[in-house]
Write a protein that binds this ligand. Sequence first.
Ligand code: HEC
Length: 216
Amino acid sequence: MSYAIDQDSESNEPKLTDHSYDGIQEYDNPMPGWWVWLFVGTVLFSGVYWLYFETGVPDRSIFDDYKSHQTSVMTKRFGKLGELKPDAQTILLYSSDPELEKWLAVGESTFLTNCASCHGIDGGGGIGPNLTDDHWKGVQSIGDIANVIKNGANNGAMPAWGTRFNHPNVLVLTSAYIASLRGTTPSNPKAPEGNVIGPWAAGDSTAPSSPAQPAN
Ligand code: HEC
């Protein structure tokens, strides 16, 4: 097999470039045209690709794509639950109705992934307060749980979760899971912080109301 070195048609000698470094010379053997154009093409393509995917237009990045897939998977999983409202009545219902208990698993796994590092795996507290006792710092009634999770507290000591969950129901079900921790016995409870508040109740009244029916 012979290498494709351009040859001088008359002398049959390989063509050389016209420079010489300390007597070392170089064959004049340029890349083939198709290769050069392919290379130019990839450079141009990368520019177009960058403009399309990396300039912050929403719903184009791989992360946005992943998030929207996750949301649609969650929506399918939630099925006839529809979109839950983050209000006191709904949170109370999902925290206490045995029929709906399976949905607390969504809240539990969210808690274990995102919250247990500060609140303890059983809610007993750590950097963050104990969530199992009757003392609460920024929560007066059950509906406040969703507000604290969404907006954070104490200048970000409790981070704001805002829209970081994959589906709005995750906020509601995590709040319900937190509400359900109250009265449980953690292995290593942190000392109480804040004020004693009344039992969980729908609405602002402190009297426990009868659980509402699921909206579906
Ligand atoms: C970086 C640590 C940290 C993480 C992570 C964290 N928290 Fe907190 N959380 C705190 C701190 C600190 C407070 C107390 C804020 C205050 O002083 O009012 C708090 C307060 C709370 C309260 C109100 C408690 C009360 O006594 O009023 C709730 C409810 C809560 N967190 C739930 C959650 C949930 C749910 C998650 C996960 C989605 C979470 N937290 C993740 C640190 C954290």
